[in-house]
Design a protein around this ligand. Structure first.
Ligand code: SAH
Length: 219
C-alpha cells in the first residue's frame, strides 16, 4: 500500500515525541500535552510539512512560533498544576497557550498584534480549548484584572526583568522568561517568588523575538 501524507505525519509526530524525550523532557503530563496539540494547525499552511520538525517557524506579523523543544522545556520548568491560572505574554500562533491549556485550569494570553490575537483566538476555539482567554494589549502591563497568577510565562525576550509582571505573580508562584539583549545572548530565567523574596535560576541559552513596548500600531 502506498504511503499517504497522513502516514508521513504520524511518523513525524512519533519522531517529534522521541526527540523531546531524547533531549530530556521527562514530565509525563507535558509530553502528553505536546502529543495532544496538533502543531500543524498553528503554523502557516505553507509550513504544514515542517510542523513536527524541531525548529521555530515564521507566522504572521514577522513573528515566530517557538521551537517545540523550547516550548516543552519552558512548560516543564514552569511546573503547571491542574488548579493553576497561568498568564502568557506573547500569544503569537496560540500554540504555547494550547499546550498550557491542557495542564492548567485557566490560561490568559496577551498579544500586542490584533491580527495574531484574533487568529489565535479562532484557532483555539475551533480546537475546543475553551479555557484560554486571548487579550490584545501590551504584555509589559500584564493583565492586572485577572491577577494574581500561579504561573507566568513570557515567549518574547525581555531586556530586563519586568517588575509589573512579577507583581502580578502569586506568592509561591513561578515566572519563566527569555532574558537578554534583543540582538545578543539570551537565557531562560526562572523566578520563584516567596514571602521573603525572589529566587533566580539561569537556565538554557535561547533565541527569541523581542518583547516590544505598547500595543502594535500596525495590525
Ligand atoms: N507563544 C507564541 C510565540 C510567539 S513569538 C507561540 O506559541 O506561537 C512572541 C510573540 O510575542 C509575538 O507574537 C509578539 O508579537 C509578542 N509580543 C512581543 N512583545 C509583546 C508585548 N509587549 N505584549 C504582548 N505581546 C508581545
Amino acid at each position: 500500500m502506498s504511503r499517504t501524507p497522513r502516514d508521513q505525519q504520524d511518523d513525524d509526530r512519533m519522531e517529534f515525541l522521541l526527540t523531546l524525550r531524547r533531549r530530556g523532557i521527562a514530565d509525563k503530563a507535558v509530553l502528553r500535552a505536546m502529543d495532544e496539540v496538533p502543531r500543524e494547525r498553528f503554523v502557516e499552511p505553507g509550513f504544514a510539512g515542517s510542523a513536527y520538525a524541531d525548529q521555530a517557524l515564521p507566522i504572521a506579523c514577522g513573528q515566530t512560533i517557538s521551537q517545540p523543544y523550547v516550548v516543552a522545556y519552558m512548560t516543564e520548568q514552569l511546573g503547571v498544576q491542574p488548579h493553576h491560572r497561568v498568564l502568557e505574554v506573547g500569544t503569537g500562533s496560540g500554540y504555547q497557550a494550547a499546550v498550557l491549556s491542557r495542564l492548567a485550569r485557566e490560561v490568559v494570553s496577551i498579544e500586542r498584534y490584533r491580527t495574531l490575537a484574533e487568529q489565535a483566538r479562532e484557532r483555539l476555539k475551533s480546537l475546543g480549548y475553551d479555557n484560554v482567554d486571548v487579550v490584545v494589549g501590551d504584555g509589559f502591563a500584564g493583565v492586572p484584572g485577572r491577577a494574581p497568577y500561579d504561573r507566568i510565562i513570557l515567549t518574547a525576550a525581555a531586556e530586563r526583568l519586568p517588575q509589573t509582571l512579577l507583581d502580578q505573580l502569586a506568592v509561591g508562584g513561578v515566572m519563566i522568561l527569555p532574558l537578554g539583549s534583543h540582538d545578543g545572548s539570551q537565557h531562560i530565567i526562572k523566578l520563584t517568588k516567596s514571602e521573603t523574596g525572589t529566587r533566580r535560576e539561569n537556565l538554557i541559552p535561547v533565541r527569541f523575538v523581542p518583547m516590544l513596548p505598547g500595543q502594535a500600531q500596525e495590525l
